[in-house]
Design a protein around this ligand. Structure first.
Ligand code: NAD
Length: 495
């Protein structure tokens, strides 16, 4: 095993006092106790992060409010774009440092941390930077008749909603934070981010870079801690919008609290039980690398990853054999080893959840490969492939958010559509086929925020992303994010 050498900057960052970042400064006074940050590959404490106290959450929102009315409001759209691009440049320049922090903190294989988390953060931020100068209302000709020769004209303005609370899960702590801060700052909002208590490190480094490149104090703040910090933000009187990414139960609680508090706007990006459907004509050899990547990158801990794969009955044995063999050959090991393809689960709580699922295997399904822990130190489990013939199998219905994929055969297209839609979730789905005509006819009948064809879990900043049904409310990316982070003001003029 050869691990990449940790950069001096990473070692220095981990050894310094860490905590919230409010109004341009780190807050490490320890009012509310500290959280141990664990490396999931070794189970060792790699850093300690001070939790935000209630008064520090108030201070972060107050700083964001001041910046919203002051420095950020006075920063022209052009300069906002320049600053976001500078931040993207800084992420790129510090890419290895951020990737190493991610590998250490969330167990992401270093190549995935570099090529996906960090590289995509740069791409998305530059995309948002491009929008700052293109956010406009429209000019409208009112429809009412003139009574006494008077005229009317009207226009709309897209105005930033104000202070945004951005609540981030543990799986992509840098990238998902960038989606939220990029959307907020591009539209003229300011933001208070709350990373997961398990994986706050890369975001805490990012905000230091934001200060270095000249983002005004208070434009981006971070409050650290567990769920109660997120709840305080959600219910805060000065927060005008909550952008939440996480599980369905927490999302429902956040949505309800935001509504009850004062009809605070919400975007909820939640979990899924995403299906992939392999039609009869599919070339199994060609698609195995794509399926492997989409279902098992970052140990399957990606919201849109497919966990249930419906395969035409004529092809399921071939898929099961070949996918099983490919999974069994994945190299499992340290996220800092560049040859490793499969690291540990991201934290102990999630490891315990997946081990719990392993204990329930075999009640009606067949284990093709995996299904066990790896042993030794770290939260390592085997990538796992199951088969079932029961549509309500546990592994076709509950989101595991881990490296467990279940195969199920189907015979007809009508049966397939029923299986795809038989879930409360609706985040992502994919069809794998060369029959594009059939795919185009099926797409309108699939209840899902995104449908991919011959691909899955590809997120592009230009393409809106979000959940239907219980997988969420609202869309991120594309031009759709603008609606979520702005109010539409109508102006009517009589002359
Ligand atoms: P989670 O819901 O447990 O936590 C998400 C965040 O919410 C964390 O920062 C947590 O501290 C905070 N939180 C917890 N209770 C809260 C409360 N009452 N009020 C406000 N904030 C609170 O989710 P997780 O375990 O961190 O992440 C995994 C889940 O996230 C999976 O279900 C996955 O599908 C989903 N996810 C969705 C997307 C998407 O874009 N749709 C992306 C990534 C992850």
């Amino acid at each position: 095993m050869t691990e990449v050498a940790l950069l001096d900057s990473v070692v220095t960052f981990l050894s310094k006092p860490l905590g919230s970042f409010i109004d341009g400064a780190a807050v490490v006074d320890g009012q509310a106790g500290a959280i141990d940050i664990i490396n999931p590959a070794t189970e060792q404490v790699i850093a300690r992060v001070q939790q935000a106290s209630a008064s520090q959450v108030d201070a972060a929102v107050a700083a964001a409010s001041r910046a919203f009315q002051g420095s950020w409001a006075q920063t022209s759209p052009y300069l906002r774009g320049v600053l976001l691009n500078k931040l993207a440049d800084a992420i790129e320049a510090h890419g290895e440092e951020l990737a190493q922090l991610e590998a250490l903190n969330s167990g992401k294989a270093i190549n995935v941390a570099r090529g996906l988390e960090v590289a995509q953060s740069v791409i998305f931020l530059r995309y948002f930077a491009g929008w700052t100068t293109k956010i406009n209302g429209e000019s409208i000709t009112p429809s009412l008749p003139s009574m006494a020769g008077e005229h009317y004209t009207a226009f709309t303005r897209r105005e930033p909603v104000g202070v945004v609370a951005g609540i981030v899960p543990w799986n992509f702590p840098l990238l998902i934070a960038v989606w939220k801060l990029g959307s907020a700052l591009a539209t003229g909002c300011t933001i208070v981010l709350k990373p997961s208590e398990f994986s706050p490190l890369s975001l805490l480094r990012l905000v230091e870079l934001a200060k270095e490149v000249g983002l005004p104090n208070g434009a981006i703040n971070v409050v650290t801690g567990a769920g109660q910090v997120g709840q305080q933000l959600t219910e805060h009187a000065a927060v005008r919008k909550v952008s939440f990414t996480g599980s369905v139960p927490t999302g429902i609680a956040v949505g309800a609290a935001a509504m009850k508090s004062k009809l605070t706007r919400v975007t909820l990006e939640l979990g899924g039980k995403n299906p992939a459907a392999l039609l009869a004509d599919v070339n199994i050899d060609e698609i195995i690398p794509g399926l492997l990547m989409t279902a098992f990158t970052h140990q399957g801990q990606i919201c849109a990853s497919p966990e249930r794969i419906y395969v035409h009955r004529s092809r399921i044995d071939e898929l099961s054999e070949k996918l099983g063999a490919a999974l069994a050959s994945l190299k499992i090991g340290s996220p800092l080893d560049e040859s490793v393809q499969f690291g540990p689960l991201a934290n102990k709580a999630h490891y315990d959840k997946i081990v719990g699922y392993f204990a329930r295997m075999g009640e009606g399904n067949q284990v093709v490969t995996g299904g066990k822990t790896v042993g030794g130190k770290g939260y390592f489990v085997q990538p796992t492939l199951l088969r079932t013939t029961t549509p309500d199998d546990l592994f076709l219905t509950e989101e595991t958010f881990g490296p467990i994929v279940c195969l199920m055969p189907f015979d007809t297209d009508e049966e397939l559509l029923e299986l795809l839609n038989d879930t409360p979730y609706g985040l992502g789905a994919s069809l794998w086929t060369n029959d594009l005509s059939k795919a185009l006819r099926m797409i309108p009948r699939i209840e899902s925020g995104t449908v991919w064809v011959n691909m899955h879990t590809f997120l592009d900043p230009a393409v809106p992303f979000g959940g239907s049904k219980s997988s969420g409310i609202g869309r991120e990316f594309g031009s759709a994010f603008i609606e979520a982070f702005t109010e539409l003001k109508s102006v009517m003029i009589r002359y």
